[in-house]
Design a protein around this ligand. Structure first.
Ligand SMILES: Nc1ncnc2c1ncn2[C@@H]1O[C@H](COP(=O)(O)OP(=O)(O)OP(=O)(O)O)[C@@H](O)[C@H]1O
Ligand SMILES: [Mg+2]
Length: 474
């Protein structure tokens, strides 16, 4: 492979500067030149230089003004300032604006070469460190996903099965059950792990800003839109976008989201061109979306599209066997974080923790353990649980997120087989038939797609269609 040379953009009203440099350093770098700030800024987009040499004093826009403009770009090359005699007072300002270094005029060509190489080396290192940090952070997520109850075992199995697919995943569960940790794990275990993971909390962003936040805007789209801005979908390109609290997305944006899901394309606010992105979508909600559909505040077509796979996180009160494990995990985490040595709870305290119902789920348990570690006193648990219990007294648990439809029992107890095994068997079969029919209808009887969604083999889907006597319905 031919290695392309580092490209340097010289922005200087004195053409001699770039001429001298390209004459002497042509074997090491490619030079392009701009005669003023405006041309220079344009050339940053067209030429994509690796480093910019920027003169401080120029007619029209000064070097500092150019630097300020460059800083507004989503990413910019490293900048080395060129300062003339007596301009040292500008140097402090240019460093504050993020210039990597400066060169005094008149300069030695060798010195310029050394400075450019230094800056390139430094920027490479910076990139590597950011990458490394990202990797370290993301590696921790799935490793710190604790729980070996049967319910969590199943959750982990689904995460591992679907992480590396392109399926859209909907994560459901009460507040504090770990929806975000699951979303991050799905990204971390996918082929997109080295690409961005972008989180958007649809409930936290004001309604009228959400569209431009998600899809970006064009300069002039509204008052205050002084420049083009990329939205989170563009920032997540090649990676994953996590739409948290999707149940709070306003109706008018739901159709735009549906379009992105279907065509991977959208238009920025105030724009006319379609922008194509390759983004995997993961959503989470603690809302009852079925109810929202009935109340016409959530589109059913969007729901089915988002819901290719659902991961349901059970509340902590339904998997109490995970509590001791979680307690140890948080003890370890906060002792390390706060440099403490409070590593064990008595059995009595563990029993109290297990018998509590945890309306705030794991987040609530985590906060409690954190406070104990900080104060190094487990006796406060009793106090904390009592006050949590008092707060929860009038708060009923959230409605179950969805309940499976009850099979209609329409039979004669005299003649029918009422054994539990028979009843359960029929219920399961009914539910299976209903679900398969629903997925087949949603996929327009695309059996391969339906088998993927149901996570069964194509062959077994064909058998089931035959067994249940399912027919194409329009
Ligand atoms: N299985 C788990 N193992 C370890 N820590 C967990 C687990 N589940 C959740 N946590 C921790 O509990 C806290 C709450 O989890 P998270 O933010 O993922 O919940 P959530 O379901 O997104 O809540 P909300 O609906 O309120 O946003 C986080 O600090 C998270 O790290
Ligand atoms: Mg969350």
């Amino acid at each position: 492979m031919v290695k392309t040379k580092t490209k340097i953009l010289v922005i200087d009203d004195d053409p001699k500067v770039s001429w001298i440099l390209s004459e002497s350093l042509a074997s090491s770098f490619d030079f392009v030149a701009a005669r003023d700030g405006i041309e220079g800024i344009q050339m940053v987009s067209t030429e994509k230089p690796d480093v910019i040499l920027l003169d401080i004093k120029m007619p029209g826009m000064t070097g500092l003004e150019v630097l300020e403009k460059l800083n507004k770009m989503d990413s910019r090359p490293e900048v080395i300032m060129i300062s003339g005699h007596g301009e040292t007072n500008y140097i402090v300002e240019s460093v504050r604006l993020g210039a990597a270094n400066f060169i005094n005029k008149p300069f030695e060509v060798k010195e310029v070469e050394i400075q450019i190489n230094k800056v390139i080396e430094h920027s490479k290192l910076k990139k590597e460190v950011t990458e490394l940090k990202k990797e370290l952070q993301s590696k921790k997520v799935y490793d710190s996903f604790v729980g070996d109850s049967e319910a969590m075992f199943k959750v982990k199995a689904i995460i591992e099965q679907v992480a590396n697919s392109e399926l859209t995943v909907l994560i459901r569960g009460e507040s504090g059950t770990g929806k975000e940790i699951v979303a991050r794990s799905l990204h971390e275990l996918s082929g997109r792990k080295d690409q961005p993971f972008v989180k958007v909390n649809c409930a936290a962003i004001p309604r009228d800003l959400l569209e431009s936040e998600l899809f970006g805007y064009e300069k002039g789209a509204f008052t205050g839109a002084h420049k083009n801005k990329q939205g989170r979908f563009e920032l997540a390109n090649m990676g994953t976008i996590f739409l948290d609290e999707i149940g709070d997305m306003p109706m008018e944006l739901q159709s735009k989201l549906l379009q992105v899901l279907e065509q991977q394309e959208f238009v920025r606010v105030g724009g006319i061109n379609n922008i194509h992105v390759d983004v995997r979508i993961i959503c989470a909600t603690n809302k009852n979306l079925e109810q929202a559909i009935n109340q016409q505040s959530f589109r059913d077509d969007l729901f089915y599209r988002l819901n290719e796979i659902t991961i349901f996180l059970p509340p902590l009160r339904d998997r109490k066997e995970d509590i001791p494990l979680l307690v140890n995990h948080f003890l370890d985490k906060y002792n390390k974080l706060y440099n403490k040595k409070f590593y064990q709870f008595t059995q009595e305290i563990i029993n109290r923790l297990v018998s509590f119902d945890w309306p705030g789920n794991i987040r609530q348990l985590e906060n409690m353990v954190k406070q104990v570690v900080v104060r190094e006193d487990e006796s406060i648990i009793t106090e904390l649980i009592d006050s949590a219990r008092n707060q929860a007294i009038n708060v009923s648990y959230p409605q179950p997120l969805y309940s499976s439809p009850q099979p209609v029992i329409n039979s004669n107890p005299e003649s029918d087989d009422f054994s539990l095994k028979n009843r359960v068997g029929k219920t399961v079969a009914n539910e299976e038939k209903r679900l398969i029919a629903e997925v087949l209808s949603k996929t327009n009887w695309n059996r391969r797609k339906a088998a993927d969604i149901l996570q069964i083999s194509y062959r077994s889907l064909l058998y089931k269609i035959k067994d249940y006597n399912l027919n194409v319905t329009k």
